[in-house]
Design a protein around this ligand. Structure first.
Ligand code: P53
Length: 475
């Protein structure tokens, strides 16, 4: 692969999120966030969401890898790696500890000033997600989460505060991380981290998740319009989880099912990019007799706040079928459609199906759909690493995964004409896994000495993949 196929301005970077890296969960005036009440699960063991922070539980995000105190050392390592951008998020509850205050917490603002200065001093451009699974816990308790329209104003106030404060330090923004991961409404953890909805007995969960999702889309559009006023040079994108859903076979019903299942996920970027509610969704809501609230002023806001680019994560593909003889995980849409595994690809130890060609497929699909620049802001390989006695970590499997995906990315650019802004591999340094809460589901090119029980020295070590990526992106 010739890396010169990418433009000079191509952003080679690395990605993390505040709650998975920072720690310092109760320091500098930070409020409790929804990530602070998630216990450690494990491979195949779900994380629990507790009613507030309880004394006897282990909450892996409370300390994470202590980036809050060690960011200078880590930024120096990232500079040595040679990346030109670093994607992280701002922890909303550092800025507005409860979420509904009128005045921000200066100590929280100062932390990100220092972090961004440190990055810029090393020639690394910050790429910032406004909300990456970490809204203030108080917004769940007192307002019921994003089903409540008041959260739109709280989010806009928070965004206005940070976009104004960092207008000369941050140019690339994204609003809500993986906003579409709540799409099928069945994964409690995703619904929690995206929307923190407090359900009441008798609620139709799917209907309420759509209401919350639409409220977030409205909030996002308002922030895009606002950001343009704060600094017309801002590039403001959305952030989607693209997990392409292939038809299991060429049986016409399988083909149809794959479109229907994909539309449920595409709904979010359709609104972000086109500024209107798609007919397939309006029809679906009507069929289901969902009462989704929105005003004409909100529809105008959606139109006025379409995104500049599509940021997205890509880890894996999956498959859907309507065929009775294939085992699978049932999903609600398109009668009898289910998610199953792909016989042509292998999976990681966590069952994520490894499919580099699926990245090129996704880049094509999304670019054709929106004709907007694309930014791959997450891609990576969660694996068990072995720390050798001599202190090395020989993660050739991670190099294989990343290089195969980068090759497909190059093909999308050279053969398919896709406009690609950059690539920020996920978990550039080992962090707490979002889905499982483990430390030992590692993505990093930099190893952090800490285990699933929270034990370890937190020492940082360069893995084999560090040297490989450093070489690849060297100018
Ligand atoms: P973990 C599922 C599918 C695609 C992306 O995930 C996902 C998930 C969540 O399980 O989440 C993103 O740590 C997310 C990150 C997360 C990363 O993928 O569960 O934006 O916060 O850490 C990897 O292995």
């Amino acid at each position: 692969m010739d890396k010169n196929v990418f433009k000079d301005t191509f952003l080679w970077g690395g990605a993390v999120a505040a709650h998975q890296i920072e720690g310092g969960w109760d320091q500098g005036g930070k409020g409790v966030s929804i990530a602070d009440v998630m216990t450690a699960g494990g491979n195949g063991i779900p994380r629990e969401i507790t009613k507030g922070v309880l004394p006897d539980n282990y909450y892996p995000n409370h300390e994470a890898i202590d980036f809050y105190h060690r960011y200078q050392e880590d930024v120096a390592l990232l500079a040595e790696l040679g990346i030109s951008c670093f994607r992280t998020s701002i922890a909303w509850s550092r800025i507005y500890p409860k979420g509904d205050e009128l005045e921000p917490n200066e100590e929280g603002l100062k932390f990100y000033d220092d972090l961004f200065d440190e990055l810029l001093a090393h020639g690394i451009e910050p790429v910032i997600t406004l909300s990456h699974f970490e809204m203030p816990y108080h917004l769940y308790e007192a307002y019921g989460g994003f089903k409540n329209k008041q959260l739109i104003d709280f989010f806009v106030r928070y965004a206005e505060t940070v976009m104004t404060r960092y207008k000369d330090k941050v140019n690339y923004w994204m609003t809500f991380n993986e906003i579409n991961n709540q799409a099928d409404g069945q994964h409690d953890l995703h619904v929690w981290t995206n929307s923190a909805i407090r359900f009441e007995p008798g609620d139709n969960h799917e209907e309420i998740v759509y209401q919350a999702g639409l409220n977030e889309l409205i909030a996002s559009a308002k922030v895009v319009a606002l950001g343009r006023r704060i600094n017309p040079d801002f590039q403001i994108g959305c952030m989607m989880a693209y997990v392409p859903v292939y038809p299991y076979s060429c049986k016409p019903e399988d083909m149809m099912a794959s479109i229907k299942v994909m539309d449920r996920r595409f709904f979010y970027s359709d609104v972000h990019a086109r500024g209107e509610l798609p007919n397939y969704m309006l029809t679906y809501w009507q069929d289901k007799q969902f009462q989704i609230d929105y005003t004409s002023e909100e529809l105008e806001a959606l139109k006025a706040g379409t995104v500049d680019y599509i940021g997205f994560s890509y880890y894996m593909s999956t498959v859907t079928t309507t065929q009775a003889e294939v085992d699978g995980y049932p999903i609600a849409d398109f009668p009898a459609a289910k998610i199953t595994s792909n016989p042509f690809v292998k999976a990681s130890d966590w069952g994520w199906q490894i499919d580099p060609v699926g990245l090129r497929y996704t880049l094509n699909l999304v670019y054709e759909r929106y004709n907007l620049p694309l930014f791959i802001v997450e891609n990576g390989f969660g694996a068990y690493d072995k720390l050798e006695e001599d202190g090395t970590i020989n993660d050739s499997y991670r190099i294989d995964y990343l290089s195969q995906h980068i090759e497909q990315m190059a093909l999308a650019v050279t053969k398919d004409g896709v406009e690609l802004m950059g690539y920020t591999p996920w978990g550039i340094i080992d962090i707490v896994s979002f889905g499982s809460g483990e430390m030992e589901k590692r993505y990093g090119l930099i190893h952090v000495d800490k285990d699933n029980q929270g034990q370890g020295t937190l020492t940082r070590r360069k893995k084999q993949s560090f040297y490989w990526y450093q070489q690849l992106i060297r100018k």
